[in-house]
Structure formats: structure tokens, C-alpha cells
Unconditional design. Structure first.
Length: 170
């Protein structure tokens, strides 16, 4: 009897731990310059083959722009929404993205578009204060989280689609 109770307890404990682990989200917090934020984003983009949808303040980081282009070449649906003022900057790479046939929507008004997030295949979210620039990796005040929390990623995907639709040329 005691052995049966012990086995039942162990099985129940194993089952609860297995289920709760399956439901848990993984969150990777990163802080520049201590963590290689651009490397972590690069790794995620290298794996993207279905979709990459971003709402960014701007993009001047050539490596990450190349990663978006490579995802597009692998057949991923890639779209990027950008701030009007930042997109007008000399170093901004939105034209490079457009040349690669990536959908780029630039906010038509000068009200700040200050988002910095990407959703990969609707399940991975990259977001934080880290700008997709060459300078942010050197700064001491930028953070990013990368998470596989599907519910959160889906909320950001919905927001990104709303932003892209809002910013389409009329």
C-alpha cells in the first residue's frame, strides 16, 4: 500500500512538473554593453523562416538589416514599420530593406514611432529599449528581452499588424 501511494505521489509530482514546465515561458534578458544584444538578435533572425514583423524606431545596424534580408530570401514574410524622422536619416537602412522586397511602412506623420520590437513566426518576441543601431551595443542604458511566451508574442503581432495597416500609404 505504501509503495503504491509513493508511486502515485511520484507520478503525480512528475506530471505536474512536466505540465508546468511545458507551459512556462522562457525569457532571456539582455543588457548592453555587457551582453551581446546584437548577437542574440542575430541568432534569432538567422532561424526565422516563416515571418518576421517589426516595429522599430529606426534601423542603422547593417548586420541586422542583412539578417532581415536573409530571412526574406529564405521565404519568410518580412515587414518593418519605422519612424518618419529616423527613416529620413542618412544612415537609415530602410532603402536597403525595400531593395530586398521587404515591406517597409514609414509612419506618415512626425509623431514619434518609438517601438523597438519584432515578432518571429508569431511565437518569439524581441523587445526592449535597444535601438537597432550600431551605437546601442556600446551604450550602457539599453535592454532587451527575447521570449517564447506565445500569448505575449501574439499581442505584439496584433499591434504590429495594426501599425503596418495604419501606416500604409493612402
Amino acid at each position: 500500500m505504501a509503495v503504491t501511494i509513493m508511486r502515485t505521489f511520484i507520478f503525480t509530482l512528475w506530471f505536474v512538473l512536466a505540465v508546468s514546465t511545458a507551459w512556462a515561458c522562457e525569457v532571456q534578458p539582455l543588457f548592453s554593453p555587457y551582453d551581446k544584444v546584437d548577437d542574440a538578435i542575430h541568432v534569432q533572425l538567422e532561424q526565422a523562416s516563416k515571418s518576421v514583423h517589426c516595429s522599430l524606431y529606426g534601423i542603422t545596424n547593417l548586420r541586422l538589416a542583412n539578417d532581415l534580408t536573409a530571412a526574406k530570401q529564405r521565404g519568410a514574410d518580412v515587414g518593418v514599420g519605422l519612424d518618419k524622422k529616423q527613416a529620413a536619416g542618412q544612415q537609415d537602412l530602410h532603402a536597403k530593406l525595400q531593395d530586398a522586397r521587404i515591406l517597409v511602412e514609414i509612419k506618415p506623420v512626425t509623431t514619434l514611432e518609438h517601438n523597438k520590437f519584432c515578432v518571429l513566426y508569431g511565437t518569439i518576441l524581441i523587445m526592449g529599449s535597444w535601438n537597432w543601431s550600431n551605437n546601442d551595443q556600446k551604450q550602457d542604458n539599453s535592454g532587451v528581452i527575447i521570449t517564447d511566451c506565445t500569448q505575449v508574442a501574439q499581442a505584439f503581432e496584433t499591434a504590429c499588424q495594426r501599425i503596418m495597416e495604419r501606416d500604409k500609404p493612402q
